[in-house]
Design a protein around this ligand. Structure first.
Ligand SMILES: *Cc1c(COP(=O)(O)O)cnc(C)c1O
Length: 392
């Protein structure tokens, strides 16, 4: 008999009743060290008192009014995002996939607005993940996401990730934009080759294309910059964010330059819940923390420590681990053993990590984890590796 919850998830046999910082507690009081942070969502840890205060203060006053009216918290969060990024304007959503979807709609609308509606096609990358709406599984294009859900939304051209020549070759008079993650998340923590984002930006400028970045996983301090594209010294025209910006409350956004957003006038796009007062109250508190003095410096210091420890584990368990990759606190451990075996052994050691494609384990701790907690995680991962070695 089918379960009351639609069985679309292959869940671990674990559940938690409360959390504190990077720790999660089960009903029977067992504590797990959470190095996945709800897949890069709990950016400031579980039950962060600043976020709890922001949410409960708002919850006591007003939950929802609708986008029929001005929402002051939306305004406040948009101002923070505009102040700290390339963007001039922000559309709020409840999730990541709505933010990438809005980005694609904005691209199409832009070219329609400038009288070039024949330009609607978007170049995307194999191995990408942009969410699960029909539009966004079409954008990513992989069989794993699309099988059985056809027909797909038309208008995407796929190239291998990190292949500038393939992007060049895929451009036609109908091409409107290039959309990609600056560092593949679900796809296995795969970085772009050094300098490539700059080259892609230059190519887009040369050919009159918009550059759309999906920073849903990489954004909001995760890689040690507020947004990952800052490492490359370039900016997109449109950017989708979600996950970390809400710190655990559902919140996403599509950020854009004034030029790229020119077609998105009143009535062209909307949502009931997007930019909800409670979501935006939490979003403001997350932004204030992540942009506070020394916060990102600390993320980079933590990342250096974690990276060094993981390199040590790779050296001492070559049959289990192959290599470390990624940026900041968005780390992939490429495995030689089966990644799920290591993750399951981690569960036994009360450590939570997240699988990704390409036999990778993702390590995505809260951005305010401590050095001591990182050392504890390394100890538990070492224990998990010993277990896996024993079973090889
Ligand atoms: C998680 C993710 C999404 C989808 O976000 P949802 O909130 O699950 O819709 C899209 N793109 C990237 C890069 C992601 O990591």
């Amino acid at each position: 008999m089918i379960s009351p919850v639609l069985p679309t998830y292959a869940r671990a046999p674990l559940s938690f009743v409360k959390g504190q910082g990077p720790w999660l507690e089960t009903e029977d009081g067992t504590c797990y060290l959470d190095m996945g942070a709800g897949i890069a969502v709990n950016s400031l840890g579980h039950a962060n008192p600043i976020l709890v205060a922001a949410l409960t203060d708002q919850a006591r006053r007003l939950w929802h009014t609708s986008n029929l009216y001005d929402i002051p918290n939306q305004q406040a969060l948009a101002e923070r995002l505009v102040e700290h990024t390339f963007a001039d304007t922000v559309f709020f959503t409840n999730s990541g996939t709505e933010a990438t979807e809005a980005s694609v709609k904005m691209v199409r609308k832009y070219f329609d607005h400038i009288g070039q509606s024949e330009r609607y096609r978007i170049i995307t990358c194999e191995g990408s993940f942009h969410g699960r709406t029909l539009g966004m599984i079409s954008a990513a294009g992989s069989e794993k996401l699309t099988k059985g859900f056809g027909p797909m939304l038309e208008g995407f051209d796929y190239v291998p990730y990190g292949d500038l020549d393939a992007i060049k070759a895929a451009i036609t008079p109908e091409t409107a934009a290039v959309m990609l993650e600056p560092l593949l998340g679900e796809g296995g923590i795969v970085p772009l080759p050094e300098g490539m984002l700059k080259d892609i930006r230059a190519l887009c400028d040369e050919r009159g294309l918009l550059l759309v970045l999906d920073e849903i996983q990489t954004g909001v301090g995760r890689t040690g910059k507020l947004f990952a594209h800052e490492w490359a010294g370039v900016t997109p025209d449109i950017m989708a964010i979600a996950k970390g910006i809400g710190g655990g409350f559902p919140l996403g956004a599509c950020l854009a330059t004034e030029r790229a957003a020119a077609g998105m006038t009143a009535g062209t796009h909307g949502t009931t819940f997007g930019g909800n007062p409670m979501a935006c109250a939490v979003g403001c508190a997350v932004m204030d923390e992540v942009t506070s003095e020394g916060f990102l410096e600390n993320v980079n210091r933590l990342a250096g420590h974690l990276r060094q420890g993981l390199e040590g584990l790779v050296a001492s368990h070559p049959d289990v681990f192959d290599s470390v990759r990624g940026e900041g606190l968005m780390i992939g451990l490429k495995c030689n053993a089966i990644n799920m075996d290591v993750i399951n052994a981690g569960y036994a050691a009360h450590l939570l990590t997240v699988p990704a494609a390409d036999n990778v384990i993702r390590i995505l701790p809260p951005l305010n984890i401590t050095i001591e907690e990182i050392d504890e995680a390394l100890k538990r991962l070492d224990q998990a590796a010993v277990t896996v070695e024993g079973n090889l």
